[in-house]
Design a protein around this ligand. Structure first.
Ligand SMILES: O=C(O)c1ccccc1NCC(=O)[C@H](O)[C@H](O)COP(=O)(O)O
Length: 234
């Protein structure tokens, strides 16, 4: 199964999609500069509408671990997604506090090749539960708004990640890989032709007028299902 995370929910959004088996994670943005910012107390209220099968993820950028722990406890989160330059020590501290930890890594641009990415994945592996490969933010984006721009990276680069995972299979086990950045119902199939991630993380691609659309979320789920069905029936 390809897991799906829908990210950037806000008060008033319809959370009934969290009951779908394939939508395993729902995300909230705890980055004050983001247009999708929601505070921990508001998340705790929204969380009552989240199906028990769906894990609640909080996205943080460069906050001190103690701040993340207090906020994530108040919000009732299962997973903390670190979307900045957080170090190994911070990941370890958050895991020790009982949270699953995901580390976002910016997908290689020309100066930053597969080896660097592989080295980072190996380095973070013991301290995280997953890595999330996201597109680098566009020029001009606010410094702390490191994701959620609807920007796609070159998915052909994921072939190098596939090779890394194959090569690594005898060595340090690498964490599950999620892919994010500009994924929409009408392009998800091209991504999945390049690479089969553990999961996909989607935000802008399931929005209409900057708010989550239940129809777009449904279209995403259908598009992934169609791809998987086609792949399994040949
Ligand atoms: O969504 C935000 O506003 C955001 C702000 C700061 C850091 C991360 C942010 N989003 C991270 C996500 O998990 C997004 O789902 C991911 O970057 C994909 O976004 P999109 O390209 O819009 O699908």
């Amino acid at each position: 199964m390809i897991h799906i995370k829908i990210c950037g929910l806000q008060p008033g959004d319809d959370l009934s999609f969290t009951r779908y088996r394939e939508i395993t994670h729902v995300g909230f943005i705890l980055v004050p500069a983001s247009r999708r910012y929601v505070g921990p107390a508001e998340i705790a209220v929204m969380a009552r509408e989240v199906d028990a099968s769906c894990k609640k993820v909080g996205v943080y950028v460069n906050d001190a671990p103690a701040t993340v722990i207090d906020s994530a406890k108040m919000a009732g989160l299962d997973v903390v997604q670190l979307h900045g330059n957080e170090d190994l020590q911070s990941c370890r501290q958050l895991k020790r506090a009982g949270f699953q930890v995901w580390k976002a890594l910016s997908m290689p641009v020309a100066k930053y090749g597969a080896e660097t990415l592989g080295a980072q994945m190996v380095e973070y592996a013991p301290f995280v539960d997953a890595v999330l490969l996201d597109a680098a933010p566009p020029k001009g984006a606010q410094t702390s708004v490191t994701g959620g721009h609807g920007v796609q990276f070159d998915w052909a680069r994921l072939r190098a990640v596939e090779d890394l995972l194959q090569k690594q299979s005898g060595g340090v086990p690498l964490p599950p890989v999620w892919v994010a950045g500009g994924i929409r119902p009408d392009n998800v199939s091209s991504l999945l032709q390049e690479f089969t991630p553990y999961g996909i993380d989607v935000s802008s691609g399931v929005e209409v007028n900057q708010r989550k659309s239940i129809h777009q979320i449904e279209a995403m789920r259908e598009a992934v299902k169609r791809h998987v069905d086609r792949a399994t029936t040949g």
